[in-house]
Ligand binder design. Structure first.
Ligand code: T1G
Length: 677
C-alpha cells in the first residue's frame, strides 16, 4: 500500500473467523482506497490458513452506501471494482456480509458477492442507481435475479426504492436477521456455522421467476418514466440475465452502464444529488450554529396554503395553533385537512388512529392572542402587503421573545413586512409550494435583518418536515417565481406573433416539463393577479378573464376542459388571440419550436444569472434545486443552470441577443468562456 492510501479497511480475527471492517465516513462509500483495502484484506484473510470463514462489516452509521459518486468522471484510481467483487465471490471460505443502516448500490452489490447476508431489522437494502440515471454496474442486475428472482430484481433496479430488512429476508436477499445491538457477534456466529456448508457463489445460482413483469413495469410506469433512459436500461439488463450466461450478462450490463455514465442524463441527476445536499448549507454560517427551539407552531390562515403547511408539522408530531378570522373559514379549513388525512389513510399512508392523533394536535382559534406561546409562527393569508403588515404589527406585540415570525408570501418584500415589527431579526420568509403538504420545495427568504439563527432554524425545520430548503434573497418572486415571470411574458407574446397555446405547451412537455406555461396558468387560475375589471382589456389574459375563462376551475381558460379536466384547444381562444393581433396590428407568422425554446427557456437562464449576480441565490445549483423540486423541471436535465452548461451558454447568449434581450453580465462572461454555471 503506497504511503498516501488512507486506511479505511482493517482486518480483525475472532478465532477462526476473520472480520474485514470498512470505515470510510460518512457513508462508507466505495472510494478507491476502500476498494484497495477490500482487496488487500480479503487476500490476507484468504491466505491465512487459520481463517475458516470471513465476515464483512462496517463501522459508523451504515453499511456501504454505494460507489463514491464524487469519483465519477474523474481518472480511475485503485483496483477495478468488478475484479475485487469477483475475487470475494470466488473465495474458498464462506463470506458473510453483516448489514446495518443502508446497503445501497455498490454496497448491495458487495453484499451480493458475499455468500450470505445477515442484517439488523432496521437495515435497508436497495439499488438506487436509477435515481442517479445509472444502473447497478457491478453485477447487481445479474446477481439480483439469482437471489431474489426476476420480479423483485426488475422492480428493485427500475424503481430504485430500498427494501426493509424483513422484506429482504422474505425475498431471500437476507439469510438471517441479527439483533440490533449484536450484529457483529451474530454475524460471526452465523459465519462459523456456515464453515461446514462452505461458499455459495451467487453467479452459480440459477435465475428464477417470470420475466413478464418487465413489460408490466414498463406499462405501469410509462408516464413516470417519460423522457428517462435509465429505468429501461435497468430492465434490459435484468432481461438479459434471463437469457445470457453470467459473464455475457455482466458484459451486457457493463456496456449499458457505460452508455448511461457517459450520457447527459446521469450527469444531470448526479449533479442534483449533490446540489440537493449543498442547498442545505448556508454559506458563512458555522455548521453547528445553535438553532432556536421550536416545540409549538402557529399558523395564520386556514386556507389551502395554511392547512397544507400545518399538515407538515402535524405529521412530525408538532402541536399547532391555527388562527382564522371567521368560524366558518376555520371549520372549512379543518374539514379539508381531515378529508386529506382520511384520503391518505384510505391509501394506507396513515393508520386511522394516527389521523386522530394528528388532528388532536391542533388548537383552532379566532384570536391571534392564541399564538402567544408559539415558537414559530407562519403567516399564510392572501397576498396583500397592507394586510400582512397589520398582522405582523399585531404579532410583534403578541409573540413571545425569540419566536420566529415567518411569512409564506410568494413574492412580497420580506424587509417591508419585517419593518412593521420591532424585531426584524426574527422575521423570515418560508415560501411553501402548493399543495404545501406534498411539494418538496421550500424557499427560505433571508431578509436584510434576518438573524443567522432564525435563518438556520427555518432551514433545519424545512428538512425536518421533509422539504428541500433553499435560501433565497429578497427580490420580486424570490428565485422560482422571478424566473417564471420572463417565461410567462414571452409565452404571451409568442401567442400574438403566431404560436398557439398548445404549440408552446407541447414544446415544454416534450422538453420534459409536466406542463407548459398555458396549462400551468389554467391550473393555477388565469385570474390570479387580475385587476377584476371586465371592461379593461389590455392583454389576452384580460380578455379571457372578462369572459370568465379563469382556467380549469371554470372549465375554460387557454383551453376548454371536460368534466375529467382534460384540455382541448379552444376555437374561442383562437378568436380572442386573432382579435388582439389585429388590434395590435401584429402580422401572424410561422413560429418554430426552437424559437419557443429560445424565448421561453433561455430568458429563465438569463434571469438566473441576474439572481446569482445580485446574490439572491447562494449558488447556481440552488436555482436548479428550486426548479426541479418546485416547478417540475425534468431531473434528467439537471435544472436550468446545469442545463445551460449542456445547451451552451454561448449559444444561449447569442440567441437572447438575437431576440433583443439584454444578456446578464454573468451569462455573457460564461458564454465568452464557453463555460457552464
Ligand atoms: N458517494 C459519495 N458521497 C456520498 C454518497 C456516495 N455514494 N452518499 C452520500 N454521500 C455524502 C453526501 O453527499 C453527504 O455529503 C454525506 O455523504 C451524507 O449524505 C457501481 C454506480 C446513504 C441514504 O445512490 O442515498 O453504487 O453533504 O446527507 O441523509 O453500481 O446519502 O455532508 O458533504 O445524504 O443520512 C449508489 C446515495 C451510488 C446512495 C444517507 N448509492 N446516498 O443519507 O446523509 S452509485 C446511492 C444516499 C453505485 C454501483 C453504482 C444517502 C444515504 P455532505 P446524506 P443521509
Amino acid at each position: 500500500m503506497s504511503e498516501e492510501t488512507p486506511v479505511s479497511v482493517t482486518l480483525q480475527k475472532d478465532g477462526d473467523v476473520a472480520v474485514v471492517i470498512v470505515n470510510n465516513p460518512p457513508v462508507n462509500a466505495l472510494s478507491w482506497h476502500v476498494r484497495q483495502g477490500l482487496k488487500d484484506n480479503f487476500e490476507a484473510a484468504l491466505a491465512d490458513d487459520g481463517v475458516k470463514a470471513i465476515v464483512l462489516r462496517c463501522d459508523g452509521g451504515t453499511f456501504i452506501a454505494g460507489a463514491d459518486i464524487s469519483e465519477f468522471g474523474k481518472p480511475p484510481r485503485g483496483p477495478d471494482f468488478n475484479a475485487v467483487l469477483n475475487m470475494i465471490e470466488a473465495a474458498t471460505k464462506p463470506v458473510v456480509a453483516a448489514i446495518h443502516g443502508t446497503a445501497l448500490g455498490g454496497g448491495l452489490e458487495t453484499a451480493l458477492v458475499c455468500h450470505y447476508r445477515v442484517a439488523v431489522p432496521s437495515a435497508k437494502l436497495g439499488v438506487p442507481e436509477v435515481k442517479l440515471g445509472l444502473l447497478p454496474g457491478a453485477g447487481g442486475t445479474q446477481r439480483l435475479p439469482r437471489v431474489v428472482g426476476v420480479e423483485a430484481a426488475a422492480t428493485m433496479t427500475s424503481l430504485g426504492d430500498p427494501l426493509p430488512a424483513a422484506k429482504a429476508k422474505d425475498l431471500g436477499l437476507v439469510d438471517a436477521l441479527a439483533g440490533e445491538d449484536s450484529l457483529a457477534a451474530d454475524a460471526i456466529a452465523f459465519a462459523r456455522a456456515k464453515i461446514a456448508d462452505g461458499p455459495r457463489p451467487t453467479r452459480e445460482r440459477p435465475v428464477f421467476g417470470d420475466a413478464a413483469v418487465i413489460e408490466q413495469l414498463k406499462a405501469a410506469n410509462a408516464k413516470r418514466w417519460r423522457g428517462f433512459e435509465a429505468p429501461y436500461a435497468n430492465l434490459a439488463c435484468v432481461e438479459a440475465a434471463t437469457r445470457l450466461p453470467f459473464d455475457e450478462g455482466l458484459a451486457f450490463e457493463r456496456q449499458e452502464f457505460m452508455k448511461l455514465m457517459m450520457g447527459s442524463q446521469s450527469a444531470a441527476q448526479r449533479h442534483l444529488f449533490f446540489a440537493e445536499r449543498q442547498a442545505a448549507k448556508i454559506d458563512g454560517l458555522p455548521k453547528d450554529i445553535r438553532l432556536r427551539d421550536v416545540k409549538k407552531v402557529g399558523i395564520i390562515g386556514a386556507g389551502t396554503m395554511g392547512g397544507g403547511i400545518m399538515m407538515n408539522f402535524l405529521q412530525k408530531g408538532v402541536p399547532c395553533t391555527i388562527v382564522e378570522m371567521q368560524q366558518d373559514a376555520l371549520d372549512r379549513g379543518l374539514g379539508v385537512i381531515r378529508k386529506n388525512y382520511d384520503a391518505s389513510a384510505a391509501k394506507g399512508r396513515f393508520k386511522p388512529e394516527q389521523v386522530d392523533q394528528m388532528m388532536g394536535l391542533i388548537t383552532p382559534s379566532l384570536d391571534l392572542e392564541a399564538l402567544a406561546d408559539c415558537d414559530l409562527i407562519i403567516e399564510a393569508v392572501y397576498e396583500d402587503m397592507g394586510v400582512k403588515k397589520e398582522i405582523f404589527g399585531k404579532l410583534d406585540k403578541i409573540a413571545k421573545p425569540g419566536a420566529i415570525l415567518a411569512s409564506n408570501t410568494s413574492y412580497l418584500n420580506i424587509d417591508e413586512i419585517a419593518a412593521s415589527t420591532s424585531r426584524p431579526g426574527d422575521v423570515v420568509g418560508m415560501h411553501f409550494f402548493s399543495p404545501a403538504n406534498v411539494m418538496k420545495l421550500l424557499e427560505v427568504v433571508r431578509g436584510e435583518k434576518t438573524a443567522d439563527d432564525v435563518l438556520a432554524t427555518a432551514m433545519a425545520w424545512g428538512k425536518k418536515i421533509g422539504k428541500v430548503s433553499v435560501v433565497a434573497g429578497v427580490c420580486h418572486g424570490f428565485i422560482g417565481n422571478r424566473m417564471l415571470a420572463p417565461r410567462q411574458i414571452e409565452a404571451q407574446k409568442l401567442l400574438l406573433e403566431g404560436a398557439t397555446p398548445q404549440q408552446v405547451d407541447k414544446v415544454h412537455t416534450d422538453f420534459g416539463m409536466p406542463m407548459g406555461p398555458f396549462q400551468m396558468s389554467d391550473l393555477a387560475g388565469v385570474d390570479i393577479g387580475w385587476h377584476r375589471d371586465p371592461n379593461r382589456i389590455e392583454s389576452i389574459r384580460d380578455a379571457l378573464c372578462s369572459e370568465g375563462r379563469w382556467g380549469q376551475k371554470k372549465q375554460a381558460g387557454f383551453y376548454d376542459y371536460d368534466e375529467k379536466r382534460a384540455p382541448t384547444p379552444s376555437a374561442r381562444v383562437e378568436e380572442i388571440i386573432d382579435e388582439f393581433r389585429k388590434k395590435a396590428g401584429i402580422e401572424k407568422r410561422e413560429i418554430t419550436d426552437q424559437e419557443i425554446i429560445e424565448r421561453t427557456l433561455y430568458p429563465m437562464v438569463n434571469e438566473g444569472a441576474l439572481i446569482l449576480e445580485e446574490g439572491k441565490a447562494q449558488r447556481a445549483s440552488d436555482i436548479d434545486v428550486v426548479w426541479v423540486f418546485g416547478y417540475g423541471w425534468p431531473v434528467y436535465r439537471g435544472g436550468p443552470m446545469f442545463w445551460a452548461g449542456i445547451e451552451g451558454t454561448d449559444k444561449i447568449a447569442a440567441a437572447l441577443e438575437k431576440h433583443g434581450f439584454t444578456v446578464a453580465p454573468l451569462l455573457a462572461e460564461k458564454a465568452a468562456a464557453k463555460a457552464g454555471f
